[in-house]
Design a protein around this ligand. Structure first.
Ligand code: ADP
Ligand code: MG
Ligand code: ZN
Length: 443
């Protein structure tokens, strides 16, 4: 047992690393040679990646940037419970408290192991002189940027203050930096590296996108007689299960639609065909939305027809099917939305019911956004959005392993699909269907 595995148990009470990737990231951060980028899904134990290495360096403190005071509080509370000294400097604390923290940090041997701050704090005079001091006296182990996707305009919660962190990185080059996020997209990763001005070469630890338990396929709506019937059968088949599971663990499904009307229409039609289904969209009262989400999570209603606002923050493990009615906005969104299936690791199905008129509708929307955009940044954003959409169209209209499309998009090695998509399991049928689709669509 080396000192890394020793600390894992001693300080955090874990006997094993959560994954090989977690261990490799921890060891790289502990070596402290390079800046490190970590992209792993929510819940995979990213905090430990920077918390454990810090425990190997006595009398040093790690600065952790985190976007919200609430998140900071959670982390500090958790660390206090396991007897690790973590502090924060923020606008909400009393000046006495602040002095206490600062005094400790300015002492020769600080007790504080982690200093949590929001990026806004980084701009204050207090913080700047503290940073200066810590670097000068070599008391800083490293700087951590948690939820690093906030630095990217492609991320779902861009925070302009994160951009200022890049200047800090440039100013103090002697201390390694660590950036962590759950966002996998290549665009966001690129932004994180360049906006935070991380020093090259950056050691990168990323969970591969390939998920073997998910079967991906595309069905062309104009090649089937009864689209809703086809969808009903698909969902019913995917949802089949043993009788005696707890309601909470019951199999569930999501059908993503583009518009509110579609969610309601489809939910009605599916229910009429004997599959209990509720609609969910942004136009509903928030109490209604919560109630739908709960009924679905608790296993009272197996299926929800929803706009893409559904699913953020829900972590139901037993989602057996995710269908997209029409097309998805882009590959990153599709990967994320369909990826809500099979979190329990058991087989699950991800399917697009592709249709040209839906493709054209999205196409039209994106093009009109380009027309409406005024600043060069807006224009550029729209262009990239349109390009991402084109890759999504190709996903549907090309004969190429679906998992391969994802891997290429995320800049990864091509996985061995092993028949986990329609193209790899039965290419001839896919080719036949696509031919038929194209003939019918153009006639
Ligand atoms: P993330 O930031 O990636 O979403 P967290 O760091 O919040 O994930 O960790 C999620 C959970 O996993 C926490 O409850 C944490 O204690 C636990 N965890 C992390 N590493 C290990 C490990 N090696 N063994 C067991 N549990 C772990
Ligand atoms: Mg986290
Ligand atoms: Zn494949």
């Amino acid at each position: 047992m080396d000192n890394v595995t020793e600390k894992l148990f001693q300080c955090f009470g874990h006997r094993k690393f959560k994954s090989e990737l977690q261990e490799r990231a921890i060891r790289a951060i502990a070596r402290g040679v390079h800046d490190v980028y970590v992209s792993m899904p929510t819940g995979s134990g990213k905090s430990l990646c920077f918390q454990l290495p810090a425990m190997l360096q006595d009398n040093k403190v790690a600065i952790v940037f985190s976007p919200l005071l609430a998140l900071i509080k959670d982390q500090i509370d958790h660390l206090s419970k396991i007897k690790i000294n973590a502090e924060s400097i923020n606008s909400k604390m009393t000046s006495k408290d602040r002095e206490r923290v600062l005094n400790d940090l300015r002492s020769m041997k600080p007790n504080t192991r982690f200093l949590y701050v929001t990026p806004e704090q980084a701009a204050t005079g207090t913080f700047k002189s503290l940073m200066e001091h810590l670097v000068k006296y070599k008391k800083l182990s490293y700087v951590v940027v948690d939820e690093a996707h906030c630095v990217s305009e492609w991320g779902h919660d861009f925070r302009p203050d994160y951009l200022k962190l890049g200047n800090l990185r440039e100013q103090y080059k002697s201390v390694p930096w660590v950036a962590l996020t759950a966002t996998a997209s290549a665009e966001v990763a690129k932004d994180i590296l360049s906006n935070l001005k991380l020093l090259l070469p950056v050691a990168q630890y990323k969970t591969p996108s390939f998920r073997r338990n998910l079967f991906y396929d595309v069905i062309y709506q104009n090649c089937i007689d009864d689209e809703v019937g086809h969808l009903t059968e698909f969902l019913k088949k995917s949802l089949k299960e043993d009788e005696n599971v707890k309601p909470k663990d019951k199999n569930a499904a999501i059908v993503y639609c583009r518009t509110r009307e579609q969610t309601e229409d489809l939910a009605n039609m599916l229910s009429k065909r004997g599959l209990m289904c509720l609609a969910y969209h942004g136009g509903m009262k928030s109490s209604e939305r919560i109630s739908v989400q709960e009924k679905w999570s608790q296993g009272e209603v197996p299926c929800v027809c929803a706009t893409v606002s559904f699913g953020m923050g829900v972590d139901k493990a037993s989602v057996r099917a995710v269908a997209h009615w029409g097309i998805a906005q882009n590959v990153a969104a599709y990967y994320q939305e369909s990826g809500r299936a099979g979190r329990d690791g058991k087989p699950a199905f991800c399917r697009i019911y592709y249709c040209r008129s839906e493709r054209n509708a999205v196409d039209f929307l994106l093009k009109s956004e380009v027309g409406r955009s005024k600043t060069p940044e807006q224009k550029n954003r729209c262009k990239v959005a349109y390009k991402s959409f084109e890759i999504m169209v190709k996903y549907c209209e090309d004969i190429k392993c679906r998992h391969k499309v994802f891997a290429e998009y995320f800049g990864e090695e091509i996985p061995k699909c092993g028949g986990r998509c329609d193209v790899c399991s039965d290419e001839r049928s896919v080719r036949r269907a696509l031919d038929q689709h194209q003939r019918r669509a153009s006639s």
